[in-house]
Design a protein around this ligand. Structure first.
Ligand code: PLP
Length: 222
């Protein structure tokens, strides 16, 4: 387990562009509100949760802190209303039905919901995320919704012990990201890298890393 300042220093030193180190998303699934508040006190603002309902209680308890909440777990369409209401970002948009459901439920009185397209970069049968060739169509659907803002791409590569293969997945994501930014020059987020491989992801161009275990310690059993 590493301290917040240690991880931020690591991100800064491995960043490709020293002027803009990648953002840190603290993954707080199965952590308590108290643990989140502790990190917030040290200056961490962005937190990632996997389950809409688990997040709801913490978001209520920590409302005063005005944190930035990212949904990073698979989203079922029947939870899209809760997700569009409670979160600032949804990183796991991978199908047209979700785009329309999120847009419909994001109140026009609020700033648009930030959205990442989740890509199944290693074509794993067990994984969520769209295929790389589905990105352009999904991006066009998102861009057409005033209540959504397309910010970029997200991936969870296969947990391959061979780091060279993992690095290759990060590199392929970077290529897809650069291709997408030709059509959508405002996108600014490539979300990849977790506790055990974030330095590799940053070396391949991640602009946001999602770190749980290295920051909070081993997760308590669910
Ligand atoms: C749990 C989770 C993480 C954080 O993983 P750690 O190995 O604990 O850093 C990152 N991204 C997603 C999508 C997760 O579900």
């Amino acid at each position: 387990m590493l301290s917040l300042s240690h991880i931020l220093a690591q991100l800064e030193s491995t960043a490709r562009n020293k002027n803009s180190p990648p953002r840190l998303l603290a993954v707080s699934k199965s952590q308590t509100s108290a643990a989140i508040a502790q990190l917030a006190k040290q200056g961490q603002r962005a937190f990632g949760e996997n389950y809409v309902q688990e997040a709801a209680a913490k978001q209520r308890e920590l409302k005063e802190l005005s944190l930035e909440w990212h949904l990073i777990g698979h989203l079922q369409s029947n939870k899209a209303e809760l997700a569009a209401t409670q979160f600032d970002w949804v990183q796991t948009v991978d199908r047209p039905k979700l785009v329309s459901a999120l847009a419909r439920h994001r109140s026009p009185e609020r700033s648009p919901l930030n959205v990442l397209i989740q890509v199944n970069i290693d074509a794993e049968t067990s994984k969520y995320g769209c295929a790389p060739q589905e990105i352009p169509a999904l991006a066009a659907l998102i861009a057409a919704e005033p209540q959504l803002t397309l910010r970029g791409l997200m991936a969870i590569p296969a947990p391959d012990p061979d780091l060279l293969r993992r690095r290759d997945a990060f590199r392929r994501m970077n290529t897809l990201y650069r291709q997408l930014s030709e059509s959508y020059p405002h996108i600014d987020t490539l979300s990849m890298g977790m506790s055990d491989d974030f330095e590799l992801a940053v070396a391949e161009g991640a602009t946001l890393v999602r770190i749980g275990t290295a920051l909070f310690g081993t997760r308590p059993p669910q």
